[in-house]
Design a protein around this ligand. Structure first.
Ligand SMILES: [Fe+2]
Length: 164
């Protein structure tokens, strides 16, 4: 699809986000299975469910605009997931792997925060207030996950990794 208007651009960004969430949800499942600390595993599985819900929100928004949710592939997310898998394969030891997983997932979260922030701003400029509200909900969930990961890293996981 050629992008010739601001609203086309908004829809293309929503489609990218939709693919991002599909990739994120699949990756979180794999990453959670690699985690050793139960608190980290629980946080990752919980965020996976959140990610599925965020995907459904995007489906709703795309449907409203009559757009195909499967139009784009987010290659930046593909690269981030690939880096995570590469890291997991390299790291030896459960505690160290958990610390590496947090570092990788936080990188993904920061990317998601940037993506949702941008798309929510575009929705605002188009005066799509309901869309913006929904996008902000997902943005807040991504920020919460980022904070939770920082808490887990500082609270126990990185200490264990340092001691390993
Ligand atoms: Fe996320």
């Amino acid at each position: 699809m050629q992008i010739t208007s601001f609203s086309d651009m908004y829809i293309a960004e929503l489609q990218e986000l939709r693919d991002l969430e599909a990739q994120s949800s699949a990756a979180l499942m794999r990453i959670a299975n690699e985690a050793s600390h139960p608190s980290l595993q629980t946080a990752l599985m919980r965020h996976r469910r959140q990610s599925e819900m965020q995907g459904q929100r995007l489906d709703t928004l795309l449907q409203k605009r009559g757009a195909n949710p499967r139009e784009h592939t987010d290659q930046a997310m593909q690269a981030l997931v690939k880096e995570t898998d590469k890291m997991v394969a390299l790291v030896n030891g459960d505690d160290l792997r958990d610390a590496a997983l947090i570092a990788s997932v936080q990188r993904i979260e920061h990317y998601e925060i940037a993506a949702y922030g941008t798309v929510a701003a575009l929705a605002g400029q188009l005066d799509f207030r309901d869309d913006q509200k929904l996008l902000h909900e997902s943005l807040e969930e991504e920020k919460e996950m980022d904070l939770l990961l920082t808490r887990l890293a500082k609270g126990e996981i990185n200490q264990d990794a340092l001691a390993a």
